[in-house]
Design a binder for this molecule. Sequence first.
Ligand code: HEM
Length: 473
Amino acid sequence: MQAGGIGPCNRRLGTLTPEVPLVSDITLPRFPPPSAGREVLPAREYAALMRQNVLAAFSERAFTEEVLERRLFGRVQLTLNRPAAIRHVLIDNAENYARSSATRRLLYPIAGRGLLLAEGEEWRVQRRTVAPSFAPRTVPMVAHHVAAVAGELAETLAAEEGEVDLAEHMQLLAIEIAGRAMFSLKMEPFAPRMRALLQDYGERLAQPSPFEILLPAWIPTPGDVARWRFRRRWLALIGAIIDARQAKGAAGFGRDLLDLMASDPETGKPVSRRKLVDQVATMIAAGHATTAVALFWAFYLLAETPAVQERIAAEAGPLDLAPEGAAEALPHLVYTRAVVQEALRLYPPAYGIFRLARRADEAGGVAVPKGAIVMIAPWLLHRHKTLWTEPDAFDPGRFLPGAPPPDRFAYLPFGMGPRVCVGAQFALTEAVLVLARLVRQFVISRADNRPVVPVAAITVRPDHPPPFRLRPR
Ligand code: HEM
């Protein structure tokens, strides 16, 4: 289907690979139910729900309409599900759309003025600086580290008895991979503290009030005081990580991301400590939190679909998934990659991409007033009824070679345009290899049947860590 058109795409593929059923029997309920079947929520109720879980505030219409407009205390909020409008905002006129106030307010304590929040020339310089560390030629290095850490986790899990907290394991694994691949550093001494800090931030401070969404980010709110306190503790931890790494130097694969970020690419002079801390904080937080939840949701889906696990195990079985062989195995993990892509569709870790219109504009036929908050939400797009066939069904076959590709703007787990995720290949390499390694060794099932509710708190995370059981295959 062409970008710009709208219509159901990506039909199920019953015929491509007859030996294993492609389609799971489960059609996942959309937790939480969008506004209990109501078409539109009154503004006050909407605002209250947003504080608890923005995913619960989406109405039925958000999954069927192309454009939704609402006024929240006088400010226009636009939700765009129309491919042409999304293309305009993220690509054609991207300069007109800045990071929103709420994004700045929520992410500044973690990312400071690093790549995620930088704008204009500062952003261009930072993006150019880190880009070489994420070029395709770095995939073998990333694969090596992923395979090593996944192998260590497999050994730990083999020795663990009883119920397993895969949410926690995935967070610690993703921190370890980010630390080793980007900063040549073992993260065991820092990972539990990092996890605890970010967990606390997600639970207490990551749901903005309506005023925190509407007010410019430079006007402080009571919530910001607690966020500043968090930032002090967070920066101290990142500082300790940088000190540990600088005392040791890069090893193994030569200059790493920290070396690149530590000097100005134009002058070669060292960047200030403050700048370096923000850049390291950004890369390590953005580089693990999203991938960890992506892996969690993939395991959650797999636990419900033993046939899909079987097929991953069959694909991974003959491959060398040890550090030396992992990069070569990667292109052969076609089905496993499709599972990752489908998990990213149903549970996109970045549920929304938010922008603030600097000037009035027209985006794909939609009038955008100056100051409007524009939301492009993978959470909605990926389950939109006019863009997908059976949008709530888990069907990795949608992403197998030969399947009709999804509309370019219906599937945006990593965003699009100049600010597209710089770590997308890194994340896919990690998710595919970890899934292959663990599913090859274990049959994974849930240890209880309590519903798991996705909650939006910067990323889409589970409302509680459900227990899993792992049985040797
Ligand atoms: C499954 C995992 C991941 C998902 C779903 C994800 C998603 C995203 C999305 C949607 C954006 C665009 C935000 C926007 O346009 O406003 C983004 C940007 C970004 N991501 Fe990721 N990401 C993932 C993994 C990673 C990894 C592994 C890294 C680093 C190693 C990373 C670093 C970044 C950075 C630095 C940006 C900002 C880029 C810029 O503004 O130029 N991400 N990510």
